[in-house]
Design a binder for this molecule. Sequence first.
Ligand SMILES: O=C(O)CCC(=O)C(=O)O
Ligand SMILES: [Fe+2]
Length: 294
Amino acid sequence: MGKVFDASWQQWLKTNIERGCNKNELTTILLEHGFDINVIEQQFSVVTQAKQTASLNVASDPFTFHPSFAVSQSDPLIRQQNAQQKQVQQRLIRVQQQLTQSKALKLESDALELYTLNHFLSAQECQAVIDLISSKLRPSELASQTSDSNFRTSRTCDLGIINNQLIARIDKRICDLLAIPATYAEVIQGQYYEVGQQFKAHTDYFEAYELQKHGGKMGQRTYTVMIYLNDVEAGGETNFLNVGIGFKPQQGMAVIWNSLNADLTGNINSLHQAEPVKKGFKAVITKWFRQNSV
Ligand SMILES: O=C(O)CCC(=O)C(=O)O
Ligand SMILES: [Fe+2]
């Protein structure tokens, strides 16, 4: 009998399909993990059918925004939308208050809400996570459309779907720092860069065309929490190009930023890039929060 495609693998497949990952790449990863091709095909159709049913339900959802119905502020659908938007804004203001009161240092800038927090993870925790990441890497995916094959050359590990106590503890520590329930976030990912690897200038929020594809029920990305797992020997800085600030990776240090403006539009000042690693390697974990709960 072939390897069992259990609930955590189903969740992994669902998450990656929702993120728009390429079917061939996902199939390759699953084959490498020892799954039978018939089982893989079957699981793809399970997820795709569930998605079709969900989108049919969404189409008949009375609260779904439809431009041809929504003509004025007095329209109940518009009012509903505005109320939802206000709730999200209030939640994000509470996160900002929480972070401001925490030990994190806030960047003094009106252009971007960004914080840093040294020693968020201990050296031992970082090393243990690096070991985990290194054992389970796959090529990193891109949400944006680009023809540049060098745009994101790192490799990724879906740490969040590994049933591991350390990752669960770190996940909780991150959610507690922002006071956001875990249901408002994507699972933790690990990113691993070797010499020459990079992630060119991008924002973490979804552009309109990406939001349709990747947004789902959870909607737009809000805060990013990124933690450096090692001191990189040379290169690998994270540069926020529009605010002229950059960070040299320091083991255990967290960088936290809000990708959105107060009106919930994407903040272009959150544009950032991971510079190519020049010597050694670079490992980070990233966690993206969203506007709505799962
Ligand atoms: O590795 C870095 O410095 C940045 C990573 C990043 O921007 C991302 O994963 O979205
Ligand atoms: Fe990013």
